[in-house]
Design a protein. Structure first.
Length: 267
């Protein structure tokens, strides 16, 4: 998917993204900021920031003398993040519509990316470039899905979409990229290969009770929405009905959103 395509998908997902954030995105974002150990006065770059699930707590941790640049391709999500920051009176975070692969900025103390690196073109080269934006001793923090997380959910959605499209649905390229760093060992090795030292990986378990209404909001409020691209409303309604039927038949009553949070320092 192109950068423009990713931005379009997440712009269309903005309303449902905000709805599921308290249960999903905000909890993972807060865990990431805890692992990043952001201190007062630090400068932070939050890549693929969405609606601010990690940028907002990062701004709190950096305190008024620190600063957070929060960048994403989806303008609707950025607008939501800006409203959240304004509601809290946070003046040390700015939300900018920008391509992470071309971003230029000062030397940052922390660069963090929550569930976004697998959407970047050439994940290895893109993240190596992000590490270059750190000051010596600065920290890169990457959050990704643990192996198995979201996979059963995604398979059932793919089955439902394939049934309606009458064609097999291939896993998105982002899933293939995420699978490369889905274990503690793989993420540790991958971060070290980006030139980082003092690498640590933390597992953040998260299982969310699931009913049909929430399941469909997750579909519409995440990258899974891209699987519906090109479907007219009647066909999307058929996907929803088939997907919810499959959830019931397979007994899927919770969403496994377990994440891995990897951190390392630039020498």
């Amino acid at each position: 998917m192109t950068a423009a395509g990713i931005g379009t998908v997440f712009d269309s997902a903005a309303a449902q993204y905000a709805e599921v954030s308290p249960l999903l995105w905000d909890r993972i974002g807060a865990a990431t900021v805890t692992a990043a150990a952001i201190g007062a006065g630090e400068r932070v770059l939050d890549v693929c920031c969405g609606a601010g699930a990690s940028a907002i707590p990062a701004a709190r941790a950096a305190q008024p003398h620190g600063h957070v640049d929060a960048i994403d391709l989806a303008g609707e999500l950025l607008a939501h993040g800006q409203r959240r920051a304004a509601a809290e009176g946070l003046q040390n975070v700015r939300f900018v519509q920008a391509d992470a692969t071309a971003w230029q900025g000062p030397a940052y103390d922390v660069v963090q990316c929550v569930h976004g690196v697998f959407f970047l073109p050439d994940m290895d080269a893109s993240v190596s470039r992000l590490a270059d934006l750190l000051r010596p001793g600065g920290r890169l923090v990457i959050t990704t899905w643990a192996q198995g997380a979201m996979e059963g959910f995604g398979r059932l959605l793919g089955e439902a979409v394939g049934h309606v499209r009458r064609a097999q649905v291939e896993p998105p390229s982002s899933r293939q990229a995420a699978s490369r760093i889905g274990t503690e060992e793989d993420l540790h090795v991958w971060l070290a290969a980006r030139g980082l030292t003092q690498v640590t990986v933390t597992r953040f378990p998260l299982r969310i009770p699931l009913d049909g209404a929430l399941a469909w909001r997750v579909v519409l409020g995440s990258g899974f929405r891209g699987m519906l691209t090109g479907l007219e409303e009647p066909a999307a309604a058929q996907v929803r009905a088939t997907f919810l039927r499959l959830l019931g038949e397979r007994g899927m009553t919770e969403l496994d959103a377990t994440s891995l949070i990897g951190a390392g320092s630039r020498p």
